[in-house]
Design a binder for this molecule. Structure first.
Ligand SMILES: C[S@@+](CC[C@H](N)C(=O)[O-])C[C@H]1O[C@@H](n2cnc3c(N)ncnc32)[C@H](O)[C@@H]1O
Length: 274
């Protein structure tokens, strides 16, 4: 299948500088393992469970899913990231790596393929420059390729603390021995979009990039899930399994389920309050 073209912003933001910093200079093995353990427990994944890491990036979670014996696949739009992921895989997978290049809005898989799908580290909610919002298309594809009873876990930033951060600290800096990330933040209240402008500085070489990300309330995300035929099951506020608190949680970890036909009807009429 032909994969979709990379938007200019994607190519710029998810380029070499991002890869160098997040995959090499800032990579924290322990943190990733903790996240993978949490996901495995929360979704009750066993050896052989079929899971899709949607927008897997350079494969930081995918590699551990495979090491844990899950039947894991990764999909991403950035070819260089998949190439990097392949290099990190256990050797047995390198001949035929479970990696797929493509877009989240058109998944190249059959109906009912996966028992679980995950979208991690803010991969959901991006706004392309000149195209319609992709959220519903992504969720419909997730619902299509999930098995009945299968689960979808999405990690998105928690809106309230992010907006507070933008207001109090519209510029942030993170640095390490060989790099500095200087970010400028803004939030559009009407469109509910977070604007980011980033300067990646690696040993003096500077790359300028940025992105636009829709920030969701739990109610909005729940409504999107329901429109796609997914029921929201559980919500956590971090990878330690803390209860979600909209004022202080660093993130929203929402777990949805693809119910049987009967329940889809009930979901679309139900009024669940958050
Ligand atoms: C913030 S990174 C997160 C990557 C990974 N999940 C992680 O935890 O490191 C977002 C990823 O989304 C990918 N991406 C953005 N738009 C996409 C699309 N339409 N289809 C597939 N992947 C996309 C980017 O290439 C990037 O690897």
């Amino acid at each position: 299948m032909k994969y979709s073209t990379v938007d200019e912003w994607q190519g710029r933001y998810f380029g070499e500088a991002y890869l160098e910093i997040y995959a090499r200079l800032m990579y924290e093995r322990k943190k990733v393992l903790r996240e993978v353990d949490f996901i495995q427990n929360a979704l009750h994944l066993k050896k052989g469970s079929r899971i899709l890491d949607l927008a897997c990036g350079f494969g930081k979670h995918l590699v551990f899913f495979l090491k844990k014996g899950l039947c894991a696949f990764g999909l991403d739009i950035m070819h260089p990231y998949l190439r990097y992921a392949m290099g990190k895989m256990p050797v047995t997978f390198r001949k035929k790596p479970p990696l797929v290049i493509g877009t989240m809005t058109r998944l190249p898989f059959q109906e009912e393929t996966f028992e679980a799908i995950v979208s991690l580290f803010n991969s959901f909610g991006y706004r392309p420059m000149d195209a319609p919002d992709p959220d519903m298309a992504i969720l419909r594809e997730v619902a299509r390729v999930l098995r009945t009873g299968g689960q979808f876990l999405v990690e998105v930033p928690n809106k309230q603390p992010v907006i507070k951060m933008v207001r109090t600290t519209p510029q942030t800096i993170q640095c390490g021995r060989d790099f500095l990330i200087h970010e400028f933040w803004d939030y559009d209240t009407q469109w509910k979009i977070l604007f980011n402008r980033t300067f990646f500085n690696i040993r003096g070489g500077i790359t300028e990039a940025g992105y636009c990300l829709r920030l969701f309330t739990l109610r909005e995300l729940t409504a999107l899930f329901q429109n796609a035929g997914l029921g929201v099951q559980r919500i956590f506020g971090d990878y330690d399994g803390a209860e979600y608190d909209r004022a202080i949680s660093p993130m929203m970890l929402v777990i949805g389920e693809k119910p049987g036909r009967q329940r889809v009807k009930a979901l679309s009429h139900g009024k669940r309050q958050y």
